[in-house]
Design a protein around this ligand. Structure first.
Ligand SMILES: [Zn+2]
Length: 556
């Protein structure tokens, strides 16, 4: 009996051992598979100025195959944030692709004052190149040179010995150039001609597929019909009345209501193809270009992972004009939803369903039009930065007998350091006194002097967001931010962004395809977490300045 029991026990143990070996083998195979199987394509989508609440707000009118598909079959993070200011396109695109904040990647805004040049400089302005495919006289010397760190695309290119392609596109030059990183290709829309162009940083001439796309003259096509709502306008109950006092106008004489007669605006009022940027149709044009790029570059069907970066800007153009509560923004979003559906269907057919990894986020949000909010009793307003500049200059002259202000740029005051030295003043004293003065101004919520940011570390809240937006060499001497629901400028219509407040810092965050499971999480994540997440999916190196943390562990 005893020996039988021992015999059974021995066989059970043997079987257990055998099955443990089997499990270990399976786990090992699974881990090996990670190194052997990669997605054919990574598709990065940035929707410029997209607030995450648009999906909920317009849910009833969304199609089944666009945003609803991303939400139903993909993974959604409901608490994704930008953790810096200014929340602008340049900084936003860099944050997504470089996996860090302006304090490290150096793209501290769309443009900023450069002391050595004595003027403002655009984030994509680099000397020594020319426009390719652009109109004569167009300043085409553009490239990623002001981005100080690498992107996940750069690292993938280095990792695969440049076999992987990175192809990036946008209506905006910066929306295309920054995601392309230092080693990718970028194409952007040239408003004066309606063509997609590049610079000699990338190519000496346009690839055949780009030239042939341009010859289709699609910009002219989209401007040849009035912009009507996709559905009967009475169904747009998620938006305020189409005729309202909070919207900007294409031209002063024409009320901002549907249908927007685009051909009349072009022919009678002389608006150029740049008008397209302020309609829903610039996204349609961009989608067509993206589909042409997939074909033209054979993306997603090669033996190595490629990256397709698409930055849709229509919502930003339309949002600035009409504000988040407008019928125009709703219609632009509903049309974008159909474009996302078309893109997913195309990728299914081309790269194969489950073979591509896709993320969708934004570069910043937007507040409701301040005057709309103040009419409802919510505090807010406008600050004319030209008036602030005059006030700061007057304060300096009165206090020190001299005006040290070089410029106000990017919500930062830049001082003339040499002049402060000549006057025998302490830099910190000038910073602190000017900060105190700024805090007496209406509409200014807070300010921090550079010496405080350079030698302290704020890690959360608005002071933290200012810290992460502060670059020791590129930023100014005093950073400031405006009260909630307060936009810069004197225009009492349309909206803006750049603030550290939640309406500008709360972002959509959707992952879809490849090994992503359907799900939803309210765990806090940051935009700078995207790059390391992609790198984790691909097993490729992290961008050089990466400070974000991968989200992969939440998407199981
Ligand atoms: Zn904008």
């Amino acid at each position: 009996m005893k020996s039988l029991a021992i015999g059974i026990l021995a066989s059970v143990l043997m079987l257990m051992g055998w099955s443990t070996t089997l499990i270990a083998q399976e786990q090992s195979d699974e881990l090996h598979r990670f190194y052997e199987e990669k997605p054919a394509l990574v598709v990065g989508i940035i929707v410029d100025q997209m607030r995450p609440d648009y999906i909920d707000r317009y849910w009833d009118m969304l199609s089944d195959d666009g945003f609803r598909r991303l939400v139903g079959e993909g993974f959604t993070f409901t608490h994704a944030k930008f953790d810096y200011m200014p929340t602008a396109t340049g900084a936003g695109h860099a944050g997504v692709y470089a996996g860090t904040t302006p304090s490290e990647h150096g793209a501290i805004g769309n443009s900023w004052f450069v002391r050595e040049l004595g003027r403002g400089m655009n984030v994509i302005e680099v000397p020594g190149y020319e426009g390719v495919g652009s109109a004569p006289g167009y300043d085409g010397s553009k490239g990623p040179g002001n981005l100080l760190t690498t992107t996940f695309g750069d690292e993938l290119r280095l990792h695969t010995n440049k076999r992987s392609k990175v192809v990036s596109m946008s209506r905006k030059d910066r929306g295309a150039i920054i995601p392309a990183g230092h080693l990718g290709d970028a194409y952007w829309y040239e408003a004066s001609t309606g063509n997609f162009v590049t610079s000699t940083f990338y190519h000496d001439e346009l690839p055949e597929w780009v030239a042939s796309f341009n010859s289709r003259n699609l910009a002219q096509f989209y401007l040849s019909e009035p912009w009507e709502t996709l559905h009967p306008i009475e169904n747009y109950t998620a938006s305020i009345a189409d005729d309202n006092p909070y919207e900007r106008r294409y031209v002063e004489e024409v009320p901002p209501v549907f249908p927007h007669n685009l051909p009349v605006l072009v022919e009678e009022y002389g608006l150029d193809p740049g008008l397209l940027s302020y309609t829903a149709f610039s996204d349609e044009l961009l989608l067509e270009f993206a589909l042409a790029a997939i074909e033209g570059e054979s993306l997603g069907v090669r033996d190595v992972t490629d990256i397709l970066a698409i930055s849709f800007s229509a919502l930003d153009g339309v949002g600035h004009m009409f504000g988040p509560a407008s019928v125009e923004v709703q219609d632009t979003f509903l049309r974008l939803d159909l474009l996302i559906a078309r893109l997913l269907t195309h990728l299914d057919e081309h790269a194969g369903e489950g073979n591509y990894l896709l993320f969708l986020t934004s570069d910043h949000g937007a507040p409701h039009v301040p005057e709309y909010l103040t009419d409802l009793g919510i505090p807010g307003g406008y600050v004319d930065l030209d008036e602030e500049e005059k006030a700061v200059r007057a304060f300096m002259t009165e206090t020190w007998g001299e005006d040290f202000l070089l410029a106000i740029s990017n919500f930062q005051l830049y001082f003339d350091h040499a002049a402060i030295d000549r006057a025998g003043l302490e830099h910190a004293a000038v910073e602190v006194k000017t900060t105190r003065f700024l805090l007496t101004r209406n509409g200014v919520a807070g300010a921090l002097p550079a010496n405080v940011l350079a030698f302290n570390e704020f890690t959360r809240g608005i002071r933290g967001w200012v810290q992460y937006g502060y670059h020791q060499k590129r930023s100014g001497d005093v950073m400031f931010w405006l009260e909630p629901h307060t936009n810069r400028g004197t225009r009492y219509q349309g909206t803006d962004h750049n603030a550290p407040w939640v309406y500008d810092t709360h972002a959509p965050m959707h992952w879809y395809g490849w090994t992503v499971q359907a799900g939803r999480s309210s765990l806090p994540v940051f935009i700078s977490d995207i790059a390391s997440t992609v790198a984790n999916f691909l097993g490729s190196p992290l961008p050089s300045g990466n400070t974000g943390n991968p989200m992969n562990r939440y998407m199981k």
